[in-house]
Design a protein around this ligand. Sequence first.
Ligand code: RTP
Ligand code: MG
Length: 139
Amino acid sequence: MTQRTLVLLKPDAVRRGQVGEIVRRIEAKGYSLVALDLRTATPELLAEHYAEHEGKPFYQPLVDFMLSGPVVAIVLEGERCIEGFRSLAGATDPTVAAPGTIRGDLGRDWGLAVQQNLVHGSDSEESAAREIGIWFPGL
Ligand code: RTP
Ligand code: MG
């Protein structure tokens, strides 16, 4: 089942020079890049993207973090790539993310680690369609 998913390389990934390493892992897995763009998010765009988290204690810090620098927005295509990319990314918290995963290998374990976890990946077909529409309208 060929799918598309929305991946974000968060501001910590860009700041720390990990974009190439993360894209390398995505390509090594065999997923195709359908779109890739370095851009600065806006509060409006993030309010849509993170609508499900509105009202949670980590919401505003998360939005502030996502506005702290450019992100790389990517659309991937590949066989079961929604679940597959989340597997590549590893658990949300880099402290417990398995070695071999992006967050487990490259994530930092101190400070706001659960927020600064390098990548986002859509979590379902429905989220992927919604998020691709937000970041790449018309794709
Ligand atoms: P993502 O959406 O970024 O792919 O990550 P996820 O599904 O693994 O995590 P999710 O629960 O959707 O949370 C979205 C992002 O919010 C930040 N977060 N902070 N307790 C906390 O401080 C907390 N929990 C989540 C992380 O940046 C997480 O990726
Ligand atoms: Mg999520």
